[in-house]
Design a protein around this ligand. Sequence first.
Ligand code: 16G
Length: 240
Amino acid sequence: MLDKNSYIPIYIQIEEIIKQRILAEEYKIGDAIPSERELSVQFDVSRMTVRQSITNLVNDGLLYREKGRGTFVANPKLEQPLQGLTSFTEDMRARNMVPSSKVVRFEKIIPSVEVAKDLQLELGEEVFFVIRIRNADGIPMAIERTYIPVKIYPTLDASKLEGSLYTLIETAFQQRIGNAIQQMEAAIVSKEDSKFLQINQAAPVLIIKRTSYLTNDTPFELVRSVYRADRYKFISQISR
Ligand code: 16G
């Protein structure tokens, strides 16, 4: 329990105790934890101190608050490695989750100058513009807006993109995927994406822009993916 003589601040000790209770499933995923008032009585500390601990756990993604309802235990975030050129389908299957996709838009367009440049297309060459909601076990995890050159995959259609794009490229089109360049940034979700992802407006998201190349160096996709920041953390291994 709490050690009030310890050099470790009380609010940090409370954080640790709450973490232990989550680990021990005394507080289960999706369940409400006791109120600040109850916890302050339990620990015999001020509500301010309890609030500080809870705020830190909310910021770490272990708990989430719902206005007027209380504080709940969050699902652990999915850890997504930043090395290895994998597909959403592969990533979810590796976690024993069932991937599925909903194509909410599929059209042939003339892309902007920036998109054409990234995909090394001549001005006026067409791309398929696709918006897909990517689900894991039926829950929306990410939105992807993908640009794919029509000249490489002229027979592509929306139904094929309900499944894996990478599998399609490697099996039906018999091409080899080589590497990709990614950029990541944080943002606040747009109104449209908050509906797709079924999250609050103004929730934080992580945006990854990926340009991927076949082994012959031809760019075959430009993708802007919007991930729920409350469900994802990205991990990279670095060495020196
Ligand atoms: C990932 C890729 C995306 C790719 C998709 C293919 C990131 C940031 N993005 O989501 O670029 O188009 O996988 O997945 O990882 P699929 O083969 O399941 O359609």
